[in-house]
Ligand binder design. Structure first.
Ligand SMILES: *Cc1c(COP(=O)(O)O)cnc(C)c1O
Length: 360
């Protein structure tokens, strides 16, 4: 089939450069960087760019993506970022060198899977410092002891560190106090197991700001960075990271209709294609364009049009409706309009079978 739109253009040199800048900045604080590939479904170009940029590991939330990464033979250790399902443990030990853990039952299952496969596996114990996603709750005083007891009985699974998430479910922000608490819990785990932990993984892109402010605790020695490297954005703090490149990803969508229509639908109104009740402001007749892309390809709320005067009005499964009245040069059918995706939009694009990729 011919080359098709929608098309996501990826500037791999920018991804590599963002990796290098992140690795260098983190190195000044003794922090190693894992490049997180899940936002782009572990595409080979991305993994290679992160590898060239100096990432010290590659990490992804899906075992399927880790299998892809393993086949690329980058030489970097691979980490699974989602605590594993019971049903995938044998694949976890096959494709990942390290995974995140929070439950004794999963650690025991990994030990069994390792024994069956003749392998070893590392885990990082996640601590929930308030974001309410995975990890042992930081106020649960007995949790560390319980986990340590399980680990002491394991010969193939080794706990190499502790880690934390911020800004994922609860939208919590990383703070120096929280990361000091993480270090503390790492020390406690080391005391309980008799093996000091090597890794203190202090979060993701949203933790970079502590480095910039000089408030990162000295014990933190690992970060897992996706959004910063891929987009140069820190959505948790609603900011562009000033020392990273922002426009490595550009989406192109093709215009299929341009027409002037009223700005309010005509006739009795029910629900839209997704069960929503849209509201419209009457701005009189407006020139509108339809682009051939929709909700099954992208999260349209996460797109920023490049062309001045383009405003995204909404989308159904396959059509995105744009107000182009204020464009100096209105688009015509066949034109490609460009948009910058945020993380959610990129993630959807990366996992839509209808989107093409051009990585240069
Ligand atoms: C996705 C993910 C990351 C990377 O987060 P970014 O905000 O993209 O840097 C890090 N750790 C875990 C556990 C994740 O799931």
């Amino acid at each position: 089939m011919a080359f098709t739109w929608p098309l996501l253009r990826v500037d791999l040199a920018a991804v590599e450069e963002n990796t290098r800048r992140t690795v260098e900045k983190c190195a000044t604080a003794g922090i190693k960087v894992w490049g997180v590939t899940k936002g782009m479904a572990a595409r080979e170009g991305i993994a290679r760019a992160m590898t060239r940029g100096g990432a010290e590991g590659l990490a992804d939330s899906r075992v399927k993506n880790l299998a892809k990464l393993k086949a690329m033979k980058t030489g970097l250790p691979l980490a699974l970022l989602r605590i594993p399902m019971q049903s995938e443990l044998s694949d976890v030990v096959e494709y990942a060198d390290c995974s995140l853990a929070s439950a004794p039952v999963t650690i025991l299952g990994l030990e069994k899977a390792c024994a069956a496969a003749g392998r070893t596996h590392e885990v990082i114990l996640m601590i929930d410092l308030g974001d309410l996603r995975e990890g042992v709750w930081f106020e649960d005083r007995e949790a560390i002891g319980r986990i340590a007891d399980v680990l002491k009985g394991c010969s193939r699974v080794r706990c190499t560190g502790v880690g934390v998430n911020f800004g994922c479910f609860g939208g919590t922000l990383p703070t120096r106090e929280k990361l000091l608490r993480l270090e503390d819990m790492g020390r406690e785990l080391g005391r309980e197991t008799g093996h000091p932990v090597e890794t203190v993984s202090g979060g993701a892109t949203s933790s970079l700001i502590l480095l910039e402010e000089g408030t990162m605790p000295p014990g933190v020695n690992n970060l897992r960075i996706g959004e910063g490297i891929l987009l140069g954005i820190d959505v948790t703090h609603s900011r562009a990271v000033p020392w990273l490149k922002q426009r490595a990803m550009v989406l192109e969508a093709e215009v299929v209709e341009v027409a002037r229509k009223p700005s309010v639908p005509r006739g009795p109104a029910g629900s839209d294609a997704f069960g929503g009740k849209p509201v419209f402001e009457d701005r009189g007749p407006r020139l509108r364009a339809i682009a051939a892309i929709g909700r099954q390809d992208v999260r349209v709320e996460g797109l920023t049009p490049e062309l001045e005067g383009v405003c995204i009005l909404g989308a159904s499964s396959d059509h995105m409706i744009l107000d182009v009245e204020d464009c100096r040069l209105p688009p015509a059918p066949g034109d490609k309009l460009r948009f910058f995706p945020d993380y959610g939009a990129m993630l959807a694009l990366a996992t839509s079978p209808y989107v093409s990729f051009k990585m240069v």
